[in-house]
Design a binder for this molecule. Sequence first.
Ligand SMILES: Nc1ncnc2c1ncn2[C@@H]1O[C@H](COP(=O)(O)OP(=O)(O)OP(=O)(O)O)[C@@H](O)[C@H]1O
Ligand SMILES: [Mg+2]
Length: 233
Amino acid sequence: MLEVNSLHTGYGETRIIRGLSFSLQSGQVFALLGRNGAGKTTTLKSIMGLLPAFEGAVQLEGQAITGTKPFNLARKGIAYVPETRDIFPSLTVKENLELAARLMPKTGAEWTMDRVLNFFPRLHERLSNGGNQLSGGEQQMLAIARALLMNPKLLILDEPTEGLAPIIVKQIHDKLQELKSEGMTILLVEQNFGFATSLADQVAIVGKGQIVWSGTSAEIRADKETQHNWLGV
Ligand SMILES: Nc1ncnc2c1ncn2[C@@H]1O[C@H](COP(=O)(O)OP(=O)(O)OP(=O)(O)O)[C@@H](O)[C@H]1O
Ligand SMILES: [Mg+2]
């Protein structure tokens, strides 16, 4: 589905990512882990065309997408939920959702407004509330709901559990599990080790600007040394 090949990226002259490669298969949940500041968000931003690829390439289903901007990537089937969630605070929940639905009109789309509101009943209750009146968990649900309305092949999530209470983390977990069981392909960046490894099929760890370890969730759960060296778990 997605292949990142020897990617180099960063800010201005500063190279944060230096030769990072991984690939994820259709239907997989793939978790990208790493310490604070390891470069996980930087990697996602480069995949999303928000940071330049100094070297290397990104492919979606075998087609080069290196440097393609978010709107065009959305049309190609990648939906991205950034760390900052980017809810429009002055618009209502309904308006936030309608904007996404209008941006990516599709006939016979799998994810309609009705389905999304069924999936997140909490958002249904909150339809007329402003984006700025939502809890962190509700904001995350809205951000994921918006992404689903784009009917993506690949859903990219940057730290969906950040700052959320355990009970909300559990709810988000169950929703992502549901998406996974329906065959959604997900690229997940996380600090929450338990959350990530209970969802992911495949895990890769970012360190020193590259992938320093990769394997299955079961393998990393058993590998205390790697956890200690690269994740500080
Ligand atoms: N806008 C920026 N300009 C310059 N350097 C930046 C910028 N944003 C991030 N960095 C640097 O890039 C490095 C990687 O940051 P990045 O945000 O990708 O890490 P991360 O793995 O997502 O961390 P976290 O888990 O804290 O979100 C850090 O050293 C950070 O200081
Ligand atoms: Mg980050």
